[in-house]
Write a protein that binds this ligand. Structure first.
Ligand SMILES: [Zn+2]
Length: 200
């Protein structure tokens, strides 16, 4: 209902998989994993908003995969009932975080590295996941095509999100494909040129 983008990455050799932001529709994610003969090894949460984390415990239970999240979002995660109230949806089962996703944390799947970049501002624990060998960035709700994440919710900071984007994301290769938490994908180069929030 909230239309959050969930990404599933699978390694063709090891058949290992990594899922980012299982907000909901866990049945569909399990189906994709099964269809491709993948075993889920990592669940990564870009930030603790309900539409990104809501299905994490269900997916963890179904697969046994550990959940990675930045500890600076713990407070938000503990307000899941409040978040559910904002949206008028049922409170999802609370998820136990297994490991911290910190700046410089690296998850390795076969020959592919997934690097955690701390990009606070949308929330205090917001991270982006950079996959250099795939020219890809999973940006959570930090950077969107033509926009940036909202900062008017608890934990949001409008100066901080701009600093994160300029310092952590704009220096990535221009051809890097950005997969945002909502809406269509883009590239670092395109956003640098036309994103109205990043000009001047
Ligand atoms: Zn969000």
């Amino acid at each position: 209902m909230l239309q959050c983008n969930c990404s599933v990455f699978g390694d063709e050799e090891t058949r290992e998989a990594l899922v980012v932001d299982p907000g909901d529709e866990i049945g569909r994610i399990l189906q994709v994993l099964k269809q491709h003969g993948l075993t889920l090894k990592w669940i990564v949460i870009t930030h603790a908003h309900i539409d990104h984390i809501g299905g994490a415990q269900k997916l963890k239970k179904a697969t046994g995969a550990p959940v990675y999240m930045n500890p600076n979002d713990t407070e938000l995660q503990e307000m899941m009932d409040v978040q559910a109230g904002w949206l008028g949806v049922p409170t999802p089962e609370a998820v136990e975080i297994d490991a911290p996703a910190m700046d410089g944390s690296k998850l390795v799947m076969g020959a592919t590295e997934f690097l955690v970049l701390e990009t606070p501002g949308h929330t205090q624990g917001s991270i982006s996941l950079w996959i250099p060998s795939e020219n890809k960035l999973v940006a959570g709700d930090t950077l969107f095509r033509d926009s940036i994440g909202r900062t008017d919710l608890p934990g949001g900071d409008s100066r901080q999100i701009l600093r994160s984007i300029h310092e952590k994301l704009m220096g990535l290769p221009e051809e890097t494909v950005v997969v945002p938490g909502h809406g269509g994908s883009t590239t670092i180069g395109r956003e640098k040129q036309v994103n109205p929030f990043l000009q001047g």
